[in-house]
Structures are given as structure tokens and as C-alpha cells.
Design a protein around this ligand. Structure first.
Ligand SMILES: Nc1nc2c(ncn2[C@@H]2O[C@H](COP(=O)(O)OP(=O)(O)O)[C@@H](O)[C@H]2O)c(=O)[nH]1
Ligand SMILES: Nc1ncnc2c1ncn2[C@@H]1O[C@H](COP(=O)(O)OP(=O)(O)O)[C@@H](O)[C@H]1O
Length: 211
């Protein structure tokens, strides 16, 4: 317990702890993290992942993702440029070392939006993030939100719903997530998210005052 306290304080001196958001596709991770980044300007920084999936209308290369081919992604992985990578719904996704370093160099709270394979692999690193699971109120609500989002083909939607069952089960395992948030009412879920990261927001604000 004492060692954990010391470790946490040492990490805080080095900078704020990153935050991992995970949970089924359509649970509301992007919605919540965008809201957080908007309210706390210059406190959070998004870890921009690489993916082989196509950009959706409105998404920007370098901001939402780095959109790359499978060959480029594989070459980067072979060169050891990635902290973790996974195959999700027929596409590759991965967090590059640079994506996290870019945010941490600015002493901002690095937010990672990753699937459960990513969570398992990040647990093997020394990143020491706060693990937050975002869950839908039910499979029915999740399906409706994904359909209403109108970003997926029927095939992609079914793959995501299938993966969601595993993501939901994974969130129930003890000792994986620090906080599990059910995103039913958006404002309630957002309040819970803010509460979960409050300590790190204070770390960033204190660093700003003392620098
Ligand atoms: N392991 C891993 N998963 C990622 C990464 N980037 C995104 N994901 C996950 O990939 C899944 C699909 O993401 P995306 O295609 O943007 O769809 P959406 O979650 O429905 O908006 C989600 O569960 C994301 O959390 C990454 O770098 N690594
Ligand atoms: N609490 C909520 N109530 C109703 N709709 C929501 C809520 N949270 C998110 N949504 C909507 O559900 C869809 C999926 O949310 P999104 O943030 O894209 O999920 P994720 O990033 O986890 O895939 C979006 O169209 C979003 O506007």
C-alpha cells in the first residue's frame, strides 16, 4: 500500500497519469472524451492511434487517427514503433510510442481510446494509466446508438455488436478497471468521468502554477 502511494506520487512528479478509456464500440467513448477535452482546454491530449480503417466523414487524418495501409502499419510494428496493437473488426489499430510521447512531453493527461486487447497489453507496460470502462446501459441501446450513428455497414455493425459482448464481459472482471461507467444519461456519465480523473486534472493545474 505504502509503495503504491510512493509510486503514484513519483509518477505525479514526472507528470500526470494517462487515462485509458475502453468499452464496446458505440458505448460513447469519443463523445465523452471530446466533451472532456473541450471543457478542460490544454489539460488533456489525445493519443492519436494508427488504423487501417477508412476515415469517416468529418474525421481528420492526424487528429482522430493516422490512417495508414496494412503494409505501413506492419512495418511500423516491426520497427518497434508501437506500444500495443490489435486487430478489431477486420482492421488494425495501434498506439505508437510517439502518440503517447507527444502528449506527455507537454505534461498533459494522455487519453487512450483502445479496445480490450489494448487494455491487456498496456497492463504489461509501465504506463500506469487510470483504467476507465465506458459501458452501454444494454445491448439494445448499444445497437440503436450504433445504427443511429450511421457510420457502419450492416456487416461492420454486426462485427462490432459481436465484439461488444466480449467487451461487456471483460469490464465485469475484477481488478481490470479502476472505474466502470454506464453511459445511460450523458451528463451523469460525464460527471462520473470527471470525478475519476479529477486528481490528475489537479496535478496538471498545479504544474502550471509552479512552472
Ligand atoms: N488496441 C487498440 N484499440 C484501438 C486503438 N484505437 C482505437 N481502438 C479501438 O478500436 C475500436 C474501434 O474503433 P473505431 O473504428 O474508431 O470505432 P468506434 O469505437 O465505434 O468509434 C474501439 O474499441 C477503439 O477503442 C488502438 O490504438 N489500439
Ligand atoms: N448518453 C448518450 N445518450 C444518447 N446517445 C449517446 C450517448 N452517448 C453517446 N451517444 C451517441 O451514441 C453514438 C456512439 O457514441 P460514440 O461516442 O461514437 O461511441 P464510441 O466512441 O464508444 O464508439 C454516437 O452517435 C453518440 O452521439
Amino acid at each position: 500500500m505504502f509503495m503504491r502511494f510512493i509510486y503514484k506520487r513519483l509518477s505525479a512528479m514526472a507528470g500526470p497519469r494517462p487515462v485509458v478509456l475502453s468499452g464496446p464500440s458505440g458505448a460513447g467513448k469519443s463523445t465523452l472524451l471530446k466533451k472532456l477535452m473541450k471543457e478542460y482546454n490544454n489539460v488533456f491530449g489525445f493519443s492519436v492511434s494508427h488504423t487501417t480503417r477508412n476515415p469517416r466523414p468529418g474525421e481528420e487524418n492526424g487528429k482522430d487517427y493516422h490512417y495508414v495501409t496494412r503494409d505501413v502499419m506492419k512495418a511500423g510494428i516491426d520497427k518497434g514503433e508501437f506500444i500495443e496493437n490489435a486487430e478489431f473488426s477486420g482492421n488494425m489499430y495501434g498506439t505508437s510510442k510517439a502518440a503517447v510521447q507527444d502528449v506527455q512531453a507537454k505534461n498533459l493527461i494522455c487519453i487512450l481510446d483502445i479496445d480490450m486487447q489494448g487494455v491487456k497489453n498496456i497492463k504489461k507496460t509501465d504506463l500506469n494509466p487510470i483504467y476507465i470502462s465506458i459501458q452501454p446501459p444494454s445491448m439494445e441501446v448499444l445497437e440503436k446508438r450504433l445504427r443511429d450513428r450511421k457510420t457502419e455497414s450492416e456487416e461492420s455493425l454486426q462485427k462490432r455488436l459481436n465484439a461488444a459482448k466480449n467487451e461487456i464481459e471483460f469490464s465485469k472482471k475484477p481488478g481490470i478497471f479502476d472505474v466502470v461507467i454506464v453511459n445511460d444519461n450523458l451528463e451523469d456519465a460525464y460527471d462520473q468521468l470527471k470525478n475519476a480523473v479529477l486528481e490528475e486534472i489537479n496535478v496538471v493545474n498545479k504544474m502550471k502554477v509552479s512552472s
